[in-house]
Structures are given as C-alpha cells and as structure tokens.
Design a protein around this ligand. Structure first.
Ligand code: ZN
Length: 378
C-alpha cells in the first residue's frame, strides 16, 4: 500500500474502509451509533472500535482518532495504514490493540473540530456535578472572537482590542484564556460543556468494559493542527518521574517530551488543561491498570501572519455553527479553509503523516511489550 492510499475524502468513506479492513484483518469490530446527530446528507454517525490480539492481554494500546473531528482524517489514515500494512498479524505476544475510529464523528463528518454541541472533547471529561474550572478573562475576549460577520472590521477590532488586553494581562494569559477551555459560553471557543458528551460517555464505557483486564495501557490519540507538514508533537500529561512519564520517555525519547522542546514546536507555551481524555481514561482505569501515552499531533496548518490569522479557522467554525449556518453561501469556502488547516491535501503532508505514524506504532508497541515483560518479571 502506498503511503497516501489510506487517506479518505469523507468521514463515511473513511469509516467504511476502516471497518472493512479491520474485519478482513480478523479484528473484533463494534459500532456505536450517535443517536443525537447526523452527517451531511443525513449520514449515520458512529464511533467504531476494533480489537486485535488476545482478549485477555495484559498490555493494550488504546489508539484513538477524530477526538477533534476534522483532525480525524490524518488519524483515520494512520489507523487504516497500520491495519492494512500487516500490523495486527505482527503484534508482540500478550499485547493487544484497541482502535477507536472517530471519537467525534459529527466533527469528522462536517469537517469541524467540536461535537454536535460545539463541545471540545478535550475539555469535557470532568465531573460536571462539581463547580467548573474558572476562566474569567475569556469573558473579555468572547465578543471579539464571535463577530456577526468575519470581515476587515472584525479583524481590525480583534487585533486592536487584543493588543490592549495583551498589554494589560500579557500575551500568554490571553492565549491561555482563549484556548484553556471555558464553561460559561456554549457558543464560544473551546467550550467544555455542561455534562459529558455522547462521545465522552461512549468512550468511557468502552474503556471500562474492554480494558477491564488490562494492566499496562498505552495511549496514542492522533491529532492535527499546529503549523507544519506532518511532523510530530508529543503531548504527555503524566507528572514528572511517574511510571507513565517514564514509560513514554523510554518509547519516544526524553527530548521528544521535553516541555521546552514541545513549546518551541507548538509555537508558544502550552495552555492550562482541564477535562482532557488523557486524564479521564487514566482515572477510569486507575483501579487496575497503569497508563502511559500522549496526544500526538501531526503538524498540518500553513504559517500564520498574525493573531487574527491564527484564530481564523476557529472563528469560521463558530460562525458556521451560530451565525450563518452550515448551509450559508459562505459555508463551502469556509469549510474548505478549515479542512486545509486540519487535513490538508498536500501530498508531502500525507506522506510524512504515514511515515511518522508507522514509526510511532512500532516504537509504542515495542515499548509496551517491554513494559509488560518488566512488570511480569517483578
Ligand atoms: Zn486536536
């Protein structure tokens, strides 16, 4: 299979190809249909899972795609390429793989980042009966980010007012307020929701059920976004010197996970995090398994000229959802722009994605097998 053959042009095609390949490779496939939303032309939306390897394996790689909807085109291609490339037949003894395709099928199908409720799934996995994390500065930028029309005037206002807020609060504080997640404006940026999304509760029950006998769980959550051409950024959320961190460093390299290195690739210091899948899954497994892994980003978007340019794709998504609608005259060109950031058509991007995905699967599965062996020897 050539590198780029695993890329699909739509969610439905990607999903069908994944399920067909998984079955052909002897995987145990399950479908979870989202009852709350449909795709373009009324398409059924589902999160699909496949299990490869022994059901009672102590070491399992959990590999997810499409947590951020449109970012799933690359993740889905990475998964399909591994399945079609003989991955399932070459698993180390005692190691299994649980692949989850399209955690957020609504976003994947419509080429948006959030769920059917405009929720960012990496801000949603919280106990919503408790007070939500606060983000008071977000209030001051909300209207700047959410114009009725995205035109010159809105951009000028965003840059001018944004500069005033940066002078007062600092650049990073403002970036953090915009992207850390907020729980006060359902029509705003990085909204974390008021309850668990269908995607979150479905994934949670899959983790609890399918990984009930696992002891060592590795996690790779494929994403895209930061400026680049398919190169990787590993975001690890385990405390320094924890088992999870130590394992991840052994598999992917200490320098790869180093915070200063990651910030440099990311383009700025990483924001505060709450409600991410990484911690939600770790918590769901905490009674019986140790957890190590990362959000792995394929860098995808083209360079940005200023803050308004960097925020543009998120503004377009929000405008399509709450101002113009997905059937607005602007929708086709706005969606194409969004897609070009998260899932570019460039051949160079696609080739690099697959090469890096293959390397990451190899490193992770070898590391997981070694981890299992070391635990068994204790
Ligand atoms: Zn993402």
């Amino acid at each position: 299979m050539t590198e780029t053959a695993a890329f699909s042009d739509s969610y439905t095609t990607a999903r069908d190809r994944f399920v067909e390949a998984a079955q052909a490779a002897g995987g145990d496939v399950q479908r979870f249909v989202n009852p709350h939303a449909k795709g373009p032309s009324g398409a059924t939306l589902s999160l699909d899972t496949v299990w490869f390897g022994p059901r009672d394996a102590s070491a399992v790689l959990l590999n997810t795609s499409g947590t951020h909807g449109a970012e799933g085109y690359a993740g889905s291609a990475a998964q399909l390429d591994w399945v079609n490339g003989g991955g399932p037949a070459s698993l180390p003894p005692g190691v299994a793989v649980l692949m989850v395709h399209a955690v957020n099928p609504f976003g994947f199908a419509w080429c948006l980042r959030g769920t059917e409720n405009n929720v960012d799934l990496n801000r949603n996995w919280l106990d919503h009966t408790q007070p939500h994390p606060e983000n008071p500065l977000y209030e001051q930028v909300h209207t700047l980010l959410c114009p009725k029309r995205i035109d010159e005037k809105a951009v000028r206002r965003l840059l001018n007012e944004g500069a005033r807020l940066i002078a007062k609060h600092g650049q990073w504080a403002l970036e953090d307020a915009i992207s850390r997640g907020q729980y006060s404006h359902p029509d705003g940026f990085h909204y974390g929701g008021a309850s668990l999304e269908w995607s979150t509760s479905t994934l949670k029950s899959i983790v609890k059920h399918d990984l009930a006998s696992a002891r060592q769980v590795a996690f790779v959550d494929w994403h895209t976004g930061p400026v680049g051409d398919g190169e990787l950024i590993f975001l690890n959320f385990s405390p320094p010197r924890s088992v999870g961190r130590t394992q991840a460093e052994q598999w992917w390299g200490r320098d790869t996970l180093n915070a200063a290195h990651v910030d440099q690739l990311w383009g700025s210091k990483r924001p505060t995090r709450n409600g991410i899948l990484f911690w939600g899954i770790e918590e769901a497994l905490s009674t019986h398994a140790t957890f190590a892994g990362a959000v792995v980003e394929f860098r995808s978007s083209s360079p940005k000229s200023n803050a308004a340019d960097a925020l543009r794709v998120s503004m377009l998504e929000r405008w399509l959802r709450f101002e113009g609608g997905l059937d607005a005259p602007e929708a086709a060109s706005y969606l194409a722009e969004i897609r070009e950031d998260y899932a570019p058509n460039r051949e160079s991007f696609r080739e690099t994605v697959i090469g890096n995905a293959r390397m990451t699967y190899t490193q992770t599965l070898a590391g997981l097998a070694a981890w299992r062996g070391a635990d068994a020897a204790d």
